[in-house]
Design a protein around this ligand. Structure first.
Ligand code: UT7
Length: 332
């Protein structure tokens, strides 16, 4: 019997219209375009400004684009996994609302939260459902409205993050194409280095938490950077070793877009040249769960059936890893 692989068969994405440039940020905090570009590679990011619109707004747009492009009937979707660190609200799952809004009325849905590795872990989860034969169409969405948890008076975080959403459809493939292997890890040592202190069960919202700005993301950038550089590169190397791959076997590195210097380290470890690295950090910044699918959105037309892709991410928690996947269709 042919083994079922889980292949990506369609891609969609959405970024809000408003462009927050480095020059605009320089009017808000003590920073400048030269510093931001040289330290991170980011030139601008998109921000969802309209009041009352949350992560689901962007997720719905990304999913709708995917459905329109692929002509898939939303009623055929079995499961929608919503990867996000910034759900619309706590308790009520964002994915459930998104599924209903896009007409996926025969699907069940839930949110998956692993900071910047949410989408990467979601790939593993989605693929497992397909490989087992349990479901035929799993929609994985990565979306974050990071602007909802960023302090725009803190120059160490506000320059990095942006808002966006991306979606991919996983379906069974009997040609051997799709998710091949993964190397996923996590370490609770990261808990204090990248976090939002209040609003959870340890420190519920109060007047004091608001005054103390504890509903914003705190990041010990230097420490996170150090762990990210070594672990993301290590994960890329391991997934290649596990599968006996050389740089010749990899057509694309699809890295989490947190800092160009972290991406460069992963590319060096894999010995892949810059033309094989998907990069849109300069336009979107770090959109957390949306970085990987937004890369696919931007590079889809260049992808060819059989291409070898390594996805890699590192995020809060700490969470990190790499996934090796072969592409299932010609993008053009
Ligand atoms: O996606 C989730 C995981 N997150 C990451 O992967 C992010 C990892 N961290 C980073 O990308 C980097 O650490 C940052 C981009 C956040 C910071 O870059 P850095 O090269 O690590 O800078 P630094 O924190 O070492 O700061 C260097 C200097 C400091 O000044 P002094 O102490 O040397 O005088 C900072 O105060 O740069 C200063 N600085 C800034 N200057 C201008 C910090 N932020 C800014 C800023 N503009 N926005």
């Amino acid at each position: 019997m042919t083994k079922i692989k889980a292949a990506i068969t369609a891609v969609g994405g959405y970024v809000p219209d408003y462009v927050l440039t480095n020059d605009i940020l320089a009017t808000m905090v003590d920073t400048n375009d030269e510093w931001i570009v040289s330290r991170t590679g980011i030139k601008e990011r998109r921000i969802l400004k309209e009041p009352g619109q949350g992560t689901s707004f962007m997720a719905i747009k990304a999913a709708q684009q995917l459905l329109e492009k692929s002509k898939v009937d939303p009623k055929e979707i079995d499961l929608l996994i919503m990867a996000t660190a910034t759900p619309d609200m706590l308790v009520a799952s964002t994915g459930v609302y998104v599924a209903t809004e896009i007409g996926a009325t025969n699907a069940f849905s839930y949110d998956l939260s692993a900071a910047c590795s949410s989408f990467l872990y979601g790939m593993s989860t989605a693929a497992a459902y397909i490989e087992s034969g349990r479901y035929k169409k799993v929609l994985l969405i990565g979306a974050d409205k990071m602007s909802s948890v960023i302090d725009y008076t803190d120059r160490t975080t506000c320059i990095i993050f942006g808002d966006g959403a991306g979606a991919v459809l996983f379906e069974p493939n009997t040609e051997g194409l799709g998710l091949q292997d993964e190397y996923l890890r996590s370490d609770g040592i990261g808990r204090n280095h990248l976090k939002m202190d209040a609003g959870g069960s340890i420190l519920p919202a109060s007047e004091e938490t608001v005054v103390n700005k504890q509903h914003y993301v705190f990041q010990d950038g230097k420490t996170v950077f150090k762990f990210a550089v070594s672990n993301m590169a290590d994960a890329c190397g391991r997934v290649m070793e596990q599968n006996g791959l050389t740089s010749q076997d990899i057509q694309w590195l699809v890295p989490h877009q947190a800092n160009k210097r972290i991406i460069d380290a992963a590319a060096n470890r894999m010995e892949v040249t810059e033309d094989k690295v998907m990069m849109n950090i300069q336009r979107y910044g770090n959109t957390t769960s949306a970085t990987l699918p937004l890369c696919l959105m931007d590079y889809e037309s260049q992808l060819k059936k059989g291409d070898g892709l390594v996805f890699a991410a590192f995020g809060g928690g700490f969470t990190w890893g790499a996934v090796y996947l072969t592409w299932a269709y010609n993008g053009a």
